[in-house]
Design a protein around this ligand. Structure first.
Ligand SMILES: NC(=O)c1ccc[n+]([C@@H]2O[C@H](COP(=O)([O-])OP(=O)(O)OC[C@H]3O[C@@H](n4cnc5c(N)ncnc54)[C@H](OP(=O)(O)O)[C@@H]3O)[C@@H](O)[C@H]2O)c1
Length: 305
């Protein structure tokens, strides 16, 4: 298949794309989801993004990539922009880069990717490769993945930030077992962003890290809002509680995302999906109201309890 065939197949599968940018499906005006300020700059970030672990690790074939292009189109159509990736995620960075190029949507995306290696030179080589794969000369957010060699990598990130190659720098982890280390680095280095796991069934971040992020002015990206999928799957057979309607939720996915987004320290949540129907569901958590403290307690009792 030629590149032209591939593009035609993608366009045929997903509807028309405006030259020079992303067109909302059917030409309807784009709805814009809620945004929150990034403390470091006061720039606004849309509250629902897209994770790419596993879901975007696909080959070059159009059949595998067409639904992912649709996932990104739905994200952008609803005012979203954050796409989280990593060199650890197989082909995901390359797939994101190719799809953004196909859609001519680089300017719509807030790319958050990561450095995940030991050593200064290896880190620089890896980040240069990420730029190539993402077809860009700058990254909005570069994060030290799982704090791997964080002293070395953060030093490089500060240089890159000074040179304008990245706009923000951050650190990530995925488990409460690492919160002590995350806290120490947050205090010592004051990164622009911290990315951590937080969900209705995984609330350890509420103890120290989320309040600390607020205190220090560090933006928070939440990973694994569905417990990696397991939490959400465990709820799907249960009817939605009546209170879900009070916060304009029509699915369990929206309930879980709104629980996370209701925490005042959270800036953005990045549910992972490779399915357009799931992204259509997830972006709705970026609209309407959020649970107050009393309803959040009730959600914990009803769901996690
Ligand atoms: N250390 C780190 O830096 C770190 C660690 C973990 C994760 N992350 C980032 O955070 C992102 C999110 O975490 P995660 O992907 O591990 O877990 P997650 O977002 O909690 O769950 C993802 C799972 O939920 C399913 N799903 C998504 N939307 C759904 C919906 N509306 N209805 C039903 N199922 C739905 C997905 O399957 P489908 O594809 O079928 O929708 C996938 O299996 C990752 O993709 C990655 O970008 C970073």
């Amino acid at each position: 298949m030629t590149r032209g065939d591939f593009l035609r197949l993608l366009l045929g599968a997903t509807g028309a794309w405006a030259v020079g940018g992303v067109a909302p499906a059917g030409g309807a005006p784009a709805r814009t989801m809620h945004t929150r300020a990034i403390a470091a700059s006061q720039a606004q970030l849309p509250v629902v993004g897209c994770g790419t672990w596993r879901t975007f690790d696909v080959g070059p074939g159009a059949a595998a990539r067409a639904p992912l292009l649709e996932v990104l189109r739905i994200l952008f159509d609803h005012g979203g922009s954050v796409i989280d990736s990593s060199p650890m995620y197989g082909a995901a960075e390359a797939v994101v880069g190719d799809l953004l190029a196909t859609m001519q949507a680089r300017e719509r995306a807030f790319i958050a990717t990561k450095v995940w290696t030991h050593g200064r030179e290896a880190g620089i080589t890896q980040m240069r490769r990420s730029l190539e794969l993402l077809h860009t000369d700058r990254i909005e957010l570069m994060q030290v993945h799982n704090l791997v060699d964080w002293r070395t990598q953060l030093a490089t990130l500060r240089t890159w930030k000074g040179e304008g190659r990245i706009r923000y720098l951050g650190i990530t982890h995925y488990t409460p077992a690492a919160y002590g280390d995350l806290e120490a680095v947050m205090r010592a280095e004051r990164p622009d962003f911290v990315q951590l796991d937080y969900s209705l069934a995984d609330r350890a971040a509420e103890q120290r890290l989320l309040p600390l992020a607020r205190e220090l002015g560090i933006a928070v990206i939440v990973n694994q809002p569905f417990g990696g999928g397991e939490l959400l799957r465990s709820l799907l057979s249960r009817p939605l509680p009546a209170w879900a309607g009070d916060i304009e939720c029509t699915s369990w996915a929206q309930v879980l995302l709104k629980f996370v987004l209701a925490h005042p320290a959270v800036t953005c949540v990045i549910p992972g999906t490779g399915r357009p129907e799931h992204m259509r569901d997830n972006v709705q958590a970026g609209f309407g109201g959020y649970p107050d403290a009393a309803l959040r307690e009730r959600m914990v009792r009803d769901v996690a309890g």
